[in-house]
Write a protein that binds this ligand. Structure first.
Ligand code: G3P
Ligand code: MG
Length: 235
C-alpha cells in the first residue's frame, strides 16, 4: 500500500468518460489528474489476462459469447468502444507504470476460473512491477483468488472486496493478510466504518458519482472512492 493512498480511483479505467477497461480510459484518467485507476482482469480462452468486466462480450464489445471461450485472435480483433480494442493486462500494467498511476488490479475470474485467473494475473503482476517503488493493489471478490495472490506474491498488497461486508470480514482480512477493505458505498454500515477507523484499515468504496455522497463518505472516515464521473471529481 503506498504511504499516501490516493483519494480517487478512476473506475474501470476511465470511468464513464471513455470505453470501460481500455487504454484510452487509463490515459484519460491520468490526463485528468487521477493518480490511481481500477480495472478488471479476466482470462481469455487462450489463458491471456485481458481487461474486461463482464464474463460475456456483448455489453462492452461488438463480439458475442463468453470471454473464457474466445481465442486471443478473435478477442483482440473486437471493438471495445470508440475503435479501442481490449487491452491485454501487460499493456495496461506498462501504461500505468509509464504514467505513474497506482493500479488497482481487480482479479475478476469467470466462474470456475478463480485459481487459474489469480495465478496468471499475479505471476504477471509480480514480473511487471518487479522492483517498482509503487506496487499495484490487487483485489477480488474471490477470496480463493486472493489466497493464491498472497501465496504467489506476498509483496504485492491485497484488498479484500465485498458488495455487502459480511460479519467475518476482519477474520478474513487477517487470514488473507489483506491491507484494505473495499465495499459498495451504498451498503456500508456504521459498524464497519467504526471498526476500520479504530484499526486504521484503509476503506475504499465503489461506485460514487455524486459529490455530496463523496463528501459525506470522506467525513465518515472512508479513505478512497472509485468513481465513474471523472469530470466531477478531477483531483
Ligand atoms: O473494485 C471495485 C469495483 O470495481 C467492484 O465492482 O463490478 O465494478 O468490478 P465492479
Ligand atoms: Mg472492478
Amino acid at each position: 500500500m503506498p504511504p499516501l493512498l490516493p483519494r480517487w480511483f478512476a473506475h474501470r479505467g476511465g470511468g464513464s468518460l471513455a470505453p470501460e477497461n481500455t487504454l484510452a480510459g487509463i490515459r484519460l484518467a491520468a490526463r485528468l489528474g487521477f493518480k490511481a485507476v481500477e480495472f478488471d482482469v479476466m482470462l481469455s480462452g487462450d489463458g491471456t489476462p485481458v481487461l474486461i468486466h463482464d464474463e460475456t462480450l456483448e455489453r462492452t464489445t461488438n463480439g458475442v459469447g463468453h470471454v473464457c471461450q474466445t481465442s486471443d485472435a478473435e478477442l483482440f480483433a473486437l471493438d471495445a468502444g470508440g475503435g479501442e480494442r481490449l487491452p491485454r493486462f501487460d499493456e495496461a500494467a506498462r501504461l500505468c507504470r509509464q504514467l505513474g498511476l497506482l493500479a488497482n488490479i481487480e482479479i475478476k475470474p469467470a466462474a470456475g476460473f478463480e485459481l487459474a485467473t489469480a495465478e496468471a494475473v499475479v505471476r504477471m503482476a509480480a514480473e511487471l512491477w518487479r522492483d517498482a517503488p509503487l506496487q499495484p493493489l490487487l483485489s477480488s471478490f474471490s477470496l480463493a483468488a486472493l489466497e493464491v495472490a498472497g501465496d504467489l506474491a506476498p509483496q504485492i498488497p491485497r484488498g479484500i472486496l465485498y458488495t455487502d461486508v459480511p460479519d467475518d470480514w476482519l477474520a478474513e482480512m487477517h487470514r488473507l493478510r489483506a491491507v484494505s477493505l473495499h465495499c459498495d458505498a451504498d451498503l456500508l454500515s456504521e459498524a464497519v466504518l467504526a471498526e476500520t477507523r479504530a484499526r486504521s484499515i484503509p476503506l475504499l468504496c465503489y461506485t460514487v458519482n455524486v459529490p455530496e455522497q463523496a463528501n459525506l463518505l470522506f467525513e465518515r472516515g472512508v479513505s478512497a472512492l472509485f468513481v465513474d464521473r471523472l469530470d466531477l471529481f478531477c483531483p
